[in-house]
Design a protein around this ligand. Structure first.
Ligand code: PGA
Length: 235
């Protein structure tokens, strides 16, 4: 795992936005894996700016989001559909048909997840996967204990995740207990991975780097990826 240290959140976001831009300049139909949460928000703002200035053209780019809450519809303001639309998709020249997100309202989660895997394969696999990390070491919603060979599936959310993400909901009680998420194997099959870490993730990043590879800290598997870069904000 390559490690790049940056001074602050602005620099972290700028660096990742530049990486995305460079990839799209090299491959206009890039297959891009995208995260949600607080970490990538500024990076998305910068991508929107670059698109407005004509520096990035998203017209051929294909995206796959990492995860979605189970039970939330696309127009629920807590859904990751809503988040992505608000922060990125509604503001750039991406084609609707090139955007892929798991359907939180699906009646048949297994079929939905299998279809997602198939769509990723049909797109030729993910070229560049942007990731963030949870305080418990989760990547996407692959909580501690997630099998390394897992594919896209329905999962139960960890207690810590419910506490951390509950702040976005009116009351933690309204937060779904389950989510649909790309699996660890799905993420690991990306050609290249960028793991973004803000300074509040110092502790889990240290654990990830120091510990042996273990399903108890899902992010540790990234150390076995042939082309993974951790970009970390240092105090
Ligand atoms: P955050 O979430 O970017 O809001 O810290 C990351 C995660 O839980 O994976």
């Amino acid at each position: 795992m390559q490690i790049i240290k940056v001074k602050n959140y602005q620099e972290l976001s700028q660096k990742v936005a530049e990486i995305v831009k460079n990839h799209i300049q090299l491959k206009s139909n890039l297959v891009l894996g995208l995260p949600t949460g607080s970490t990538p928000i500024l990076m998305y703002k910068l991508l929107v700016k670059m698109n407005k200035k004509g520096e990035i053209n998203f017209s051929q780019v294909i995206t796959f989001n990492l995860d979605e809450y189970f039970g939330l519809s696309a127009n629920n303001i807590q859904s990751y559909h809503y988040f992505m639309d608000k922060n990125l998709f509604s503001k750039i020249n991406i084609k609707k048909e090139n955007i892929h997100l798991l359907d939180g309202k699906t009646k048949n989660p297994q079929t939905e997840c299998d279809k997602y895997e198939q769509e990723i394969n049909e797109a030729g696999g993910i070229d560049l996967q942007i990731l963030s990390i949870g305080h418990n070491g989760h990547v996407a919603f692959n909580e501690p204990g997630s099998p390394f060979n897992s594919k896209t599936r329905l999962v139960n959310l960890d207690r810590e995740t419910k506490i951390n993400n509950g702040r976005y909901f009116d009351s933690a009680g309204k937060m779904p207990n389950q989510a649909l998420t790309m699996g660890i194997a799905t993420i690991m099959s990306a050609q290249e991975i960028i793991l973004m870490a803000t300074k509040n993730k110092k502790e889990i990043i240290e654990k990830t780097l120091k510990n042996m590879v273990t399903e108890q800290i899902p992010a540790t598997i990234l150390k076995q990826h042939p082309n993974c870069t951790l970009i970390i904000e240092q105090e």
